[in-house]
Design a protein around this ligand. Sequence first.
Ligand SMILES: *[C@@H]1O[C@H](CO)[C@@H](O)[C@H](O)[C@H]1NC(C)=O
Ligand SMILES: *[C@@H]1O[C@H](CO)[C@@H](O)[C@H](O)[C@H]1NC(C)=O
Length: 262
Amino acid sequence: MESHGNKTGLSNYHILLVFFAISFPFSHGQETDTVGYGYVIEAVTVNLPTKSLKAELTLIKNSSVYGADIQNLNLLASFETKDRLRIRVTDSQTQRWEIPQEIIPRQNIPHDTFKPKSYIDGDGDDSPVNHRALLENQILSSPTSDLVFTLHNTNPFGFSVSRKSNGDVLFDASPDTTNSGTFLVFKDQYIQLSSSLPVDKSSLYGLGEHTKSTLKLQANETLTLWNADLASANLNVNHYGSHPFYIDDPISVRRGQSTGRD
Ligand SMILES: *[C@@H]1O[C@H](CO)[C@@H](O)[C@H](O)[C@H]1NC(C)=O
Ligand SMILES: *[C@@H]1O[C@H](CO)[C@@H](O)[C@H](O)[C@H]1NC(C)=O
């Protein structure tokens, strides 16, 4: 985790999540190059029956640092349960490996869920007015959930998740255009996603095992998730996984409203 303060000292701390599959050497001088320039929104479709939203994203500019960027992405946001919003970003053209459904069963939104735009103005089961309203605001909400997903049609794009009941922003992946560390970067072996944290309000726990003096994560810490300590007594089993999961227990917000993200 890293936090970035901006020059004006405003509330601009970010949690930066970086998933780096394999490290490889890069030539001298590349360290200072920009890792990625982010994506813009090409199209958005909302499907009310499945309470889901799909945004088609296009890369703004190539960067070769840590490998080639994926050119087109799909962002899918869906309410899996009343309390669980799933946001999934993946390559829109090439199938990537995912944990098989039989190991972790999860909602599988069929490909034809997001019909062409004409469907939005058509006379399907759901009110076309509703569809339009949702699209204009680029918001996904559900009457049964306290969570609201908002897409930000900025350059580069961003998104945030907030609570209806008190307006708290739980995850804020909107970009700071002066800081490329806040942009979404999606490569075959490198993924970067950052979220702004409210100053002096967040209490973060998680992101792997460590031997630091407190379980509460401190500002500007880098935590590396790397499996180790494989016990040889157990044959043919996997030991210790790395799960990039953290919990935010906001200080000045009433208890019982912690949110977990992975
Ligand atoms: C974070 O830590 C790095 C390395 O220790 C340091 O260079 C940087 O200035 C720190 N940033 C902030 C915002 O404290
Ligand atoms: C990035 O490079 C690839 C390969 O040269 C090219 O096809 C693609 O159009 C470029 N993307 C952008 C956003 O410039």
